[in-house]
Design a protein around this ligand. Structure first.
Ligand code: NDP
Length: 253
């Protein structure tokens, strides 16, 4: 499905990362992949995982550092000469902002969360566009807390709302270059980031019980939806937020 396609994957921290599930789906369908990792701390993890994949590239990239972003895209341009798709699967908020009441969010926590979790999508889309010479597809990861209040999710919910709005504005701007931009709103999954949100365990239990499919979604299911969105099968879809949450979002009382 993705033969001769080159993808760039942001956000692999370890094998539980949603980004890694996206990479596995894309790679097993023929894509060549470039991976970014945030810092030395994660380098070994990412090298171990990505090293298993043929013709992959691994580059450091902390999105709060513009020169890292520029260097990462330059490395992709040098190695592959083009880019067909990008998976943006990164988010961050200070731990103290992910518990208690939203009203106590500090200016610094707000700025950091919005910059890393929302602005970074625009930052990478701008850098990716010149490499997407034959069009392309960009996918990011959102969550239900963007639209409804989820206890402890707090400023990250505000960041995800900004992320989903960014998807629509980017889709409108980049559509003329045949670049599509979509979000996946994933149900809760037990990853490193998720564990940063207080009481994540009980959230998983609650969602698993209430959702129509009576279970939690898996990272592999999110990865397969990302595969669909970056493939030509989704050539008519842009600016959307697609739920991969075992149906949880449709439930009322
Ligand atoms: P992971 O912790 O596995 O992935 C998050 C990634 O973001 C990590 O690789 C992390 O690196 C990276 N990151 C954080 N700050 C920066 C930065 N400044 N520059 C570059 N990378 C950075 O968790 P998930 O796979 O769960 O998260 C992936 C995405 O999915 C996030 O956007 C998350 O909000 C979203 N999501 C997750 C859900 C879940 O329940 N797990 C549900 C819905 C959406 P580091 O570890 O170094 O911080």
């Amino acid at each position: 499905m993705l033969e001769n396609k080159v993808g760039m994957i942001f956000g692999v921290a370890n094998k539980r990362s949603i980004a890694w599930a996206c990479a596995e789906s894309a790679s097993s369908n023929g894509a060549k992949l470039a991976f970014t990792y945030q810092g030395e701390r994660l380098k070994e993890n990412v090298e171990k995982l990505a090293g298993e994949l043929p013709d992959s590239l691994i580059v450091p990239c902390d999105v709060s550092n513009q020169s890292d972003v520029d260097a990462a895209f330059a490395a992709v341009g040098d190695k592959y000469g083009k880019l067909d798709f990008l998976v943006h699967s990164i988010a961050f908020a200070p731990k103290e902002a992910l518990e208690g009441e939203f009203v106590t969010t500090t200016r610094d926590a707000f700025r950091t969360a919005l910059e890393i979790s929302a602005y970074s999508l625009t930052q990478v889309a701008l850098a990716a566009a010149p490499l997407m010479k034959e069009g392309g597809s960009i996918v990011t990861m959102s969550y239900y807390g963007a639209e409804k209040v989820v206890s402890n999710y707090n400023v990250m919910g505000v960041a995800k709302a900004a992320l989903e709005a960014s998807v629509r504005y980017l889709a409108a701007d980049l559509g003329k270059q045949n670049i599509r931009v979509n979000a996946i709103s994933a149900g809760p999954i037990n990853t490193l980031s998720a564990r940063g949100v207080k009481n994540m365990g009980s959230l998983l239990g609650y969602v698993g019980e209430k959702s129509p499919l009576k279970r939690n979604v898996t990272a592999a299911e999110v990865g397969n939806t990302a595969l669909f969105l970056v493939s030509d099968l989704a050539s008519g879809i842009t600016g959307e937020t697609i739920y991969v949450d075992c149906g949880y979002n449709i439930m009322g009382i």
